[in-house]
Design a binder for this molecule. Structure first.
Ligand code: FAD
Length: 411
């Protein structure tokens, strides 16, 4: 049978895959990207961080994203009962972008994939990668929508298969996440939030449940009058609510007075209510002979700080830089040049996610008299600058500085 060859095979055309494909095309590499679904398709992960703009720009996709008309975003607002605070990402410690977008992922992912295609990526929808035999070259088996199969020989594989986690499953790389299992129930609502409600559409709103510090809601406004609305909790919490997923979501939203007030006129479920559970995941290694894992195919922490797409882009940037050096005849140490730097920023986010669920981070952000310079450092991390080691809260490898700040704010 006929064997197709490519320099680089990208599996999955989500944000990680498309940005990697575009970056590799900028280096002149031959790129084939295979996506099993037809686009546009729904995906979760709708609030971007300003740090992600740097990678969109580096991939040559900035104009595509800017022109798509997504909701401008300049920060994050937090509410817990009577307490509220907000961060403007333009006021931050690290240099770089201070604004970004909130995106319907069906459109956003399509914009990125089409941009990568415009730059010369061969993009194939509807084909599914079934199996991979790693090596140089790797051999990959693919199934077309009509059920027929073909083989690809690829010089290098980037697994950007997201929550499908193709190579971790096929090659037995999965390792447990150290976060407890949590789930989310979510939908899009046509929000009709009253103009005088004090709601800033340029910010994501994160609301902590009035009684349960580890239960939280996201409200992510879009540019079309809709919001993404979701709640995150452990499965045992959701089980206490009767009825359908929509009944549960409505009941839990109804427990927060501020959200109830904002959504008083909302038309619910303009997109169907969906759920996702047990999304936190890890791998024993982010790379192997002739392949690397990008985005969610590698490690996924937690949605609370909207870091997923930023981490996906960072992985794409690091991997494409390593591939460039290999094609330049240099030897690449994938552990040192890809895995360790990627995991460094993930570790920063992990400290903050852990502090969020334990409640300490909330004490910090709601403190009535914050130090402006410390707040700018926190703002930087919330804006996604988790790799900027000039920021003391990034360099804080042991987490001591964050714990001290929590104690200071607990008084
Ligand atoms: P994906 O976007 O999942 O793309 C993977 C693609 O691979 C899919 O299109 C799939 O069809 C394709 N694929 C899979 N298997 C195959 C195969 N065998 N062959 C061919 N194609 C295949 N992140 C944020 O940045 N902001 C947020 O606000 C945010 N909120 C979140 C809320 C929740 C509840 C959850 C669970 C996550 C959230 N995230 C958020 C994280 C975000 O969803 C992910 O980090 C992001 O989508 C990862 O992108 P990706 O490119 O790695 O994978």
């Amino acid at each position: 049978p006929q064997v197709e060859t490519t320099e680089i095979l990208v599996i999955g055309a989500g944000p990680a895959g498309s940005v990697a494909a575009a970056m590799l095309r900028r280096q002149g590499r031959q790129v084939l990207m295979i996506e099993r679904q037809q686009f546009p398709r729904f995906s979760i992960g709708e609030s971007l961080l300003p740090q992600s703009m740097e990678y969109i720009e580096a991939a040559g996709l900035l104009q595509d994203v800017v022109q798509a008309g997504f909701q401008y975003k300049n920060g994050a607002a937090f509410v817990r009962g009577e307490a509220s605070t907000e961060f403007d990402f333009r006021d931050k410690f690290s240099p770089g972008w201070g604004t970004t977008y909130q995106v319907q992922r069906a459109d956003f992912d399509n914009v990125l994939a089409r941009g990568a295609e415009r730059m010369g990526t061969t993009l194939r929808f509807g084909d599914e990668v079934l199996s991979v035999q790693p090596g140089r070259p790797a051999r990959v088996q693919v199934r077309r929508p009509d059920g027929s199969e073909y083989t690809i020989e690829a010089g290098f594989i980037l697994d950007a298969s997201g929550f499908a986690r193709l190579l971790p499953r096929l090659l037995n790389l999965e390792s447990p996440s150290n976060f407890p299992v949590r789930g989310a129930i979510f939908c899009h609502v046509r929000d009709h939030i009253p103009a005088d409600a004090g709601f800033d559409r340029n910010k994501i709103l994160i609301t902590t449940h009035p009684e349960h510090v580890d239960v939280w809601y996201w409200t992510i406004p879009f540019s079309n009058g809709c919001c993404s609305l979701g709640v995150v909790a452990e499965p045992s919490f959701f089980e206490k609510y009767p009825g359908s997923d929509e009944d549960k979501l409505r009941a839990i939203v109804g427990e927060d007075p501020n959200l109830t007030r904002l959504l008083v006129n909302a038309e619910w479920a303009v997109l169907p209510v969906r759920t996702i559970t047990g999304y936190s995941a890890n791998v024993s290694s982010l790379w192997g002979e002739g392949y690397a894992l990008l985005g969610n195919a590698g490690e996924f922490l937690d949605p609370v700080f909207s870091s997923g797409v930023t981490i996906a882009f960072k992985s794409a940037e690091l991997a494409s830089a390593c591939i460039a050096r290999e094609y330049d005849g240099q030897t690449v140490d994938w552990e040192k040049d890809f895995s360790i730097p990627l995991r460094a920023g993930v570790k920063t986010f992990r400290r903050f996610v852990e502090a969020w669920y334990a409640g300490g981070f909330q004490k910090i952000i709601y403190h009535p008299d914050p130090q402006p310079d410390v707040r700018r450092m926190i703002s930087s991390i919330l804006a996604g600058y988790a790799w900027d080691t000039h920021n003391p809260y990034v360099a804080d490898d042991s987490g001591r500085r964050l714990r001290v700040l929590e104690e200071l704010c607990s008084g």
